[in-house]
Design a protein around this ligand. Structure first.
Ligand code: C2O
Ligand code: CU
Length: 463
């Protein structure tokens, strides 16, 4: 049996075989991108090991990096070569609603063999990602995701100093192959979501990167895991925070606490100026687990002042005239008895197992017929989210970035930068505020993908 411990040993002994994980790009000659979703057999445990049955974009894990300039029009010809319907969501982008890629809400899913053209403008610079948005617990969990990087008009870091790190967490069994049978396990759905025992960065276990001593690098971390909250400590390698969820800070900040929680779908950009080799470590286990290593070469050259990013201009919420709504998160294992209705019917007894709906927002599992909230464009919205469950969650708003204006009742505190996803602890209440300025139907859901599927999804309408 594979345990975290022997997997860790496995990683250490196969280290010498590992190449630097380089991400491929996807641009066509005419400036558009092509993405093809389909099955791909890829080794996860070691490069020459047994292959896992993954689903990916363009056959690579992660999918190709889509990199464009701020304000650029992005056209993506998408083709579905899976055996089930799918769609592509552009996570964290203030996008035209029709291009948001949510199957069943903003578009019909793309059927097997069919194509769809995504066409949108990327308004804000930063680190984003794209992923499947139909049965995401299975499709994202199998590898359907990739980075979406939007560069500033004048990029602050050149491509040699700009490194994307796509983090994922897999459940391997046997000879180190993906445990496909346990996708959809009710145990995962009602507890912490699908957690794995093997971590990859850019599709590889413990990739190694070589950096120039004394030069400034931007590390763009993207958590694509279904449910794992990565715990990191940038202070261990004197890194500072440049951005959260794509949105640059006014200036690089030193994290005043540890660990830094990076919940499912969240991103953090780090500024590191290495003087000696270091590892990026995941700290949630008994012992720190190195997940990427960085060696350093050369002598310290001329180091100028630390580079600064230019923050995007997002509309500041106006709290004096805000529309308020409350979301009570309920259900899940150890949550006690709760009343949940689903598709207009109260669930009881066997229903929970049959419908697999075990969580609810305000007593309703999954998208209710009427939206959580109706806003008129330009209105400030405050969502007060009360976590009455025994579990952590990672709540994501589609199409908008928000600020956290209040937190109480738990130790999770991420400050209040712009974000598109926040981590909420058990017994915690978090209030977020944003200007609902983009017409359409937008999701508000837990990005622990099993939780979303098992009830933790709702939507709001902006007209
Ligand atoms: Cu990453 Cu519904 O989103
Ligand atoms: Cu959740």
């Amino acid at each position: 049996m594979i345990t975290r411990r022997n997997l860790v040993l496995g990683a250490a002994t196969s280290l010498a075989l590992l190449p630097t994980a380089k991400l491929s790009a996807a641009k066509n000659n005419n400036g558009s991108f092509s993405l093809v979703a389909g099955p791909a057999d890829i080794p996860l445990y070691k490069p020459d090991g047994e292959k896992s049955e993954l689903w990916t974009y363009n056959g690579s894990l992660p999918g190709p990096e889509i990199r464009v300039r701020k304000g650029e029009r992005v056209k993506v010809n998408f083709t579905n070569r899976l055996e089930e319907p799918t769609s592509v969501h552009w996570h964290g982008i203030r996008i035209d609603n029709a291009m948001d890629g949510v199957s069943g809400l903003t578009q019909d899913p793309v059927q097997p063999g069919d194509s769809f053209e995504y066409d949108f403008v990327a308004p804000d610079a930063g680190t984003y990602w794209y992923h499947a948005h139909n049965k995401s617990w299975n499709q994202v969990g199998r590898g359907l995701y990739g980075p979406l990087i939007i560069e500033d008009d004048v990029p602050t870091f050149d491509s040699d100093h700009d490194i994307t790190l796509v983090l994922d967490d897999w459940r391997l069994v046997g000879n180190g192959v993906l445990h496909v049978e346990s996708f959809g396990s009710l145990m995962d759905w009602s507890h912490a979501g699908r957690l794995g025992n093997w971590i990859t960065v850019n599709g590889t276990s413990l990739p190694r990167f070589t950096l120039n001593r004394g030069e400034a690098y931007r590390l763009r971390l993207i958590n694509t895991a279904n449910a794992r909250i990565f715990e990191l400590d940038p202070n261990r390698f004197s890194a500072r925070l440049l951005a959260y969820d794509g949105q640059a800070l006014e200036e690089p900040e030193t994290l005043p606490y540890a660990p830094l929680l990076v919940g499912p779908s969240q991103r953090v950009d780090l500024l590191v100026t290495p003087t000696e080799e270091f590892s990026l470590e995941e700290l949630s286990g008994d012992q720190p687990l190195a997940i990427a290593s960085f060696s350093v070469r050369g002598e310290t050259g001329n180091t100028g002042p630390p580079p600064r990013l230019t923050p995007n201009r997002l509309p500041e919420p106006d709290l004096t005239s805000a529309k308020r709504v409350r979301v009570a998160m309920e259900g899940g294992a150890m949550g006690g008895a709760v009343e949940i209705s689903y598709l207009g019917k109260k669930l009881q007894g066997e229903d929970f197992r049959k419908t697999r709906q075990v969580w609810a927002f305000n007593g309703v599992a999954n998208l209710p017929e009427t939206p959580l909230l109706e806003a008129t464009s330009g209105e400030t919205v405050i969502i007060e989210t009360v976590n009455k469950t025994r579990w952590m969650h990672a709540m994501h708003v589609h199409g908008h970035h928000f600020r956290i204006i209040n937190r109480s009742g738990s130790q999770v505190d991420e400050g209040n930068p712009w974000r598109d996803t926040f981590v909420i602890g058990p017994e915690q209440t978090t209030e977020i505020a944003f200007v609902a300025d983009n017409p359409g139907k937008w999701l508000y859901h837990c990005h622990m993908l099993e939780h979303a599927a098992a009830g933790m999804s709702t939507w709001f309408n902006v007209s």
